[in-house]
Design a binder for this molecule. Sequence first.
Ligand code: ATP
Ligand code: MG
Length: 416
Amino acid sequence: VGREEAETREEEGIMKAGILSVGYELLAGKTINTNQAWLGSELGKIGIETAEVRVVPDEEGPIRIALMELWNAYPLVISTGGLGPTKDDITKRTIAECFGKRMAFSEEVWEQVKARFRHRNIEIPEINRCQAEYPEDFTLLRNDQGTAPGLLYESDGHSLYILPGVPYEMEGIFRNEILPRLRKNARPYLYRMIHTCGIAESAIAELFDDLVIPDGTNLAYLPQSGRVSLRVFGPAVEAGHELAAEVERRLAPYIWGYDDETIPTLVQQAFIRSGKTLSMAESCTGGTIQQMLTELPGSSAYFLGGIVTYANSVKTGMLGVPEAVLEAHGAVSNETVAMMAEECRKRFGTDVAGAISGIAGPDGGTEEKPVGTVYIAVADKLGVRTELLHLIGSRHNIRIIAAERVLLKILESLEV
Ligand code: ATP
Ligand code: MG
């Protein structure tokens, strides 16, 4: 973002936030800072721009410096981590000192902490008393998922939220206690995600060569592995809707979803809607597709099961792919993957079956079938349809992209 652009956005009245992430483990790379990514994304949806992120160890000096700088620079500051009962979690006391506050004690929180321990049938360590302490003049924010409540301090139009580090606790407090407060003061704002597959970022840019981006709207590209999502956002809601509609019109053949939709959630919805069932035969993805599907609660309503047939002997033994087919065409072939899908559908007794076989690399490629050569198939009552993919990237990327392509092909087959 150039300086000029930042200035015009300031004029548009975009609210800016600073995020403070506290924890040795984040700096040491032992924990990935998913809290920051999640908060940045959630704030963006309501038109708040994360302007700065600080990551500091559980130490008084660095917490104090980062906190005061963020507090002075931004009307909204959110801090996560370091609220727990162990002695390295010193955030709360440091914050109290920063604002010249004494520590108060909440009998109500103390009762809740004790009740949680009683519920788990363990004696409560005295050290946990500090979880009921909070700086005077701060507001306690309810934590349904854990013992340490969040905290809010407001002064001179600035707000500071202090949240625990445990991601699901942090997310719960954000949803229940922070979002409603932020929404109350929020200006109208449009945030629209458009998910595509099968068209490269450069090709999209070409399609959009003459696209007019009206004042108060923005268009951003978010390249994922193997596909691109677009984000239309800005305070000019009506113009933003028109821009989004134009983007959707130009990209129509490539769009598979919007906003929070993911490929697995759409597959699950489509199967539940149609009342059909699914099974899966995987080779190069080693169960990745089944993992993606079964991660979602409710997947048992349509996903009956699957098989990982990694070795040729297992493709023959468990799925009945004839040795002759494997010898003549290879494990990574149209013929093999088609048989895998059909046999899987038959043996698992499902309406639809998917299958995949490919070369994820880094070794195993040949001139004829280089790394990234992947065959996918979908079988249903109309027969079996196959597709050859030429994917690029690391082993990890190829497996993820290939898995998603199978699911998108299955989605397509449900639409017809
Ligand atoms: P606790 O009561 O569990 O001690 P806390 O508020 O002190 O809560 P931390 O001790 O800092 O939080 O972290 C608790 C857990 O949450 C740890 O497993 C930590 O790795 C994880 N965690 C902390 N900060 C983040 C972050 N920014 N992103 C993702 N996970 C985090
Ligand atoms: Mg910590």
